[in-house]
Design a protein around this ligand. Structure first.
Ligand SMILES: NC(=O)c1ccc[n+]([C@@H]2O[C@H](COP(=O)([O-])OP(=O)(O)OC[C@H]3O[C@@H](n4cnc5c(N)ncnc54)[C@H](OP(=O)(O)O)[C@@H]3O)[C@@H](O)[C@H]2O)c1
Length: 220
């Protein structure tokens, strides 16, 4: 069975997950603890290659007491295998799976594989990573839960493929504006509001200065 997917993000009141320049420190310290607890509770965590390139994240559990074994499997959708070899996502703090497509140069795939025993590569999809096949592959590897940590392009594809079960957002009392600032979900979007992805609010609470909203995705 495909992993249970929770899309989690911090956003401003106007739905931005980063500013035009890529600045993305949005939520307060209490939310960072919530995020790290969620990482600890789940089997895997996935981001798109643009988030890797912009933020160079570690994607580990490090803001709460933890040990190395608490770190989830890190998954990156990276069709052309652009993940830089010296980025923190490939460090030995946790295992990492780079999902690439047929567009990825063979040499770079080999360089990633040779990076160490913590790094694995899966090839799926012609031009872009086939997310449904990737989820099946994760399930076969024993992954039951996945935290989707963005960015907006990958969030859209995952919703469009019907692969997201829950959406959790931490809304900070900030407004960033900017037509070029990334929102929670970008991609092509839907043409008609009646085709928008439907959610049901299941939980809401204040967290420091922020507001956390948890929704179930209603598939039909
Ligand atoms: N506030 C938050 O909680 C939060 C969380 C995460 C990210 N962010 C911000 O979001 C920004 C990055 O977002 P982004 O939308 O530019 O990029 P992204 O979603 O991180 O990465 C998208 C890229 O993933 C690759 N990809 C491979 N297969 C895909 C598929 N089937 N569907 C979609 N993408 C696929 C594509 O590049 P290739 O074709 O080259 O593979 C695509 O352009 C950063 O500024 C980051 O700081 C904020």
């Amino acid at each position: 069975m495909e992993p249970y997917v929770i899309l989690n993000a911090a956003m401003t009141l106007d739905g931005k997950i980063a500013t035009r320049t890529g600045s993305s420190e949005i939520s307060g310290p209490e939310d960072l603890i919530r995020v790290h607890q969620l990482r600890k509770d789940l089997d895997s965590i996935m981001i798109g290659i643009n988030t890797v390139l912009k933020d160079d994240p570690r994607l580990t559990v490090h803001k709460i007491p933890s040990q190395k074994s608490d770190n989830p499997l890190r998954v990156v959708t990276d069709s052309k295998a652009r993940t830089p070899l010296n980025y923190r996502i490939l460090n030995d703090e946790a295992p990492t799976l780079i999902a690439v497509s047929q567009k990825a140069p063979r040499d770079k795939i080999n360089e990633l594989i040779n990076k160490g025993k913590n790094v694995d590569v899966i090839l799926t999809g012609e031009k872009r990573v086939n997310l449904t096949i990737l989820m099946d592959e994760l399930a076969q590897r024993g992954i039951r839960t996945l935290m989707l940590e963005g960015g907006s392009t990958l969030n859209f594809s995952m919703l469009q493929e019907g692969l997201v079960d829950e959406v959790r957002v931490c809304v900070a009392p900030l407004i960033a504006g900017g037509v070029d600032a990334k929102t929670l979900v970008d991609g092509y979007g839907v043409d008609l509001m009646r085709d928008a992805f439907k959610l049901e609010l299941v939980k809401k609470y204040e967290l420091g200065k922020d507001l956390v909203l948890e929704y179930k995705v209603i598939n039909f």
